[in-house]
Design a binder for this molecule. Structure first.
Ligand SMILES: [Zn+2]
Ligand SMILES: [Zn+2]
Length: 407
């Protein structure tokens, strides 16, 4: 097979029971052993889906005020935000916390169930391809961190009691992690259909591109390189390199850099109480936790909201600039930096979830009038822009500069 991150052609042995197979050139993950059977994976995915349904059915937080109890569930928060006139906040919550996990986990249960019944078809393969990207946009674990932060903030205003949904959500995160680690996508693809035939690579060809082959970004099979071709197994569009990768990544990165300024200067939240408007910026939120003695929360918010976006913008700029000058400096280290940006980017969303929960809960308890500030819009767009920039960047470009035959 060819490595999807550096295009290096290599013979991959079946992984041993405990092991992972990494690319011998760049260290990217290629295959892992399928711990347990497909049935075990189906059980994990089904359990995750049930816990996720419970997390959405029960109250998340309840406010105890003057003898009354106000409860809010996750869908309840989304509806409340839409009613209050913040449809974009509601949309962020619905997309990342409700829709993406629902589509991913129910799609996976369907695919694994079809395999169990021996009814796999090209349609099943297409569903498996389509539900894959939803995993990256599901942010239940970041949302839980947001709940913890909001819980601390709300506790100073009213008595807050965590609802059953939080325990279901916690269970969902653990079971979802077990489900994802229990399954090797390569083994599942083999169960869905044979790898398409391709001509043997020419002697001396190091990369798939040199061998006139192209690796499928979804199922990892090799196909002959032809313009505008689709993968015979999963139906994904095949490109030897991501189209206009440099231009798209630069455009998204510049958008993120521009948005970074208003995201940090403008308030992310405005609290109106007794006719006084109090504007909270990201930095203000961190200072609040430092002053109230919650050092750990201050540190977490500082890393997620300030360090991670800067780090991500800096790494992607460095990768683009070094690739532009055809730098030969430590390509393995640069490949590792790229994987790091992909891994940490999502955690920046935590502040948006804090704003979401604060606006919904404060309104519910009638504690004050609170509204998301323009900084929150800029911040949410900046996080999305950096996530898209990381996806647009083709890590194979780092290795292409080392190939004398390709330019
Ligand atoms: Zn590689
Ligand atoms: Zn494919």
């Amino acid at each position: 097979m060819a490595c999807p991150e550096c295009d290096y052609l290599q013979q991959v042995e079946d992984p041993t029971r405990s092991g992972m197979v990494l690319c011998i050139r760049c260290g990217a993950f290629l295959r892992k052993s399928n711990r347990g059977s497909m049935d075990a994976a189906l059980a994990w995915y089904l359990a995750a889906l049930i816990l996720f349904a419970l997390a959405n059915a029960f109250p998340l937080l309840s406010l105890h005020l003057h003898g009354t109890v106000q409860e809010a569930s996750i869908p309840g928060c989304a509806t409340l935000l839409a009613d209050l006139g913040w449809p974009w906040l509601s949309a962020v919550l619905i997309t990342t916390v409700i829709l993406a996990p629902t589509v991913h986990f129910s799609g996976m249960v369907y695919v694994l169930f079809q395999i169990r019944r021996g009814r796999q078809s090209p349609w099943t393969a297409r569903i498996f391809r389509m539900v894959g990207p939803f995993q990256a946009w599901g942010m239940a674990e970041v949302f839980v961190l947001g709940i913890i932060v909001s819980y601390v903030k709300l506790s100073s205003m009213a008595e807050v009691v965590p609802g059953p949904s939080i325990y279901a959500l916690g269970g969902f995160i653990l079971v979802a992690a077990a489900a994802i680690t229990s399954l090797d996508a390569g083994t599942l693809w083999e169960a869905l259909g044979p790898s398409p035939a391709h001509p043997a690579p020419l002697p001396g060809a190091v990369t798939a591109l040199q061998a006139a082959l192209v690796v499928c970004p979804t199922c990892g099979s090799l196909s002959p390189l032809r313009p505008r071709t689709r993968c015979p197994r999963c139906g994904a569009t095949l490109h030897s390199r991501k189209p206009e990768s440099r231009e798209r990544t630069w455009a998204l990165l510049l958008t993120a850099i521009i948005l970074y300024v208003p995201a940090n200067i403008l308030p992310v939240m405005q609290v109106v109480s007794l006719g006084r408007v109090e504007a909270n910026t990201i930095l203000g939120g961190i200072i609040y936790f430092v002053e109230s003695g919650s050092w750990l929360l201050a540190l977490i918010i500082f890393i997620a909201s300030v360090v991670v976006p800067i780090l991500k913008i800096a790494i992607l700029s460095f990768l683009l600039i070094s690739e532009h000058y055809r730098s030969a400096w430590r390509p393995d280290q640069r490949a590792r930096l790229y994987r790091l940006t992909d891994l940490v980017g999502r955690w920046s969303m935590v502040d948006i979830f804090v704003v979401t929960l604060m606006v919904a809960m404060v309104e519910l308890g009638n504690l004050a009038t609170i509204a998301p500030g323009p900084g929150a819009v800029a911040f949410a767009l900046m996080v999305v822009a950096t996530m898209l920039a990381a996806t647009s960047f083709d890590p194979r470009l780092v290795w292409d500069s080392l190939e004398p035959t390709h330019g």
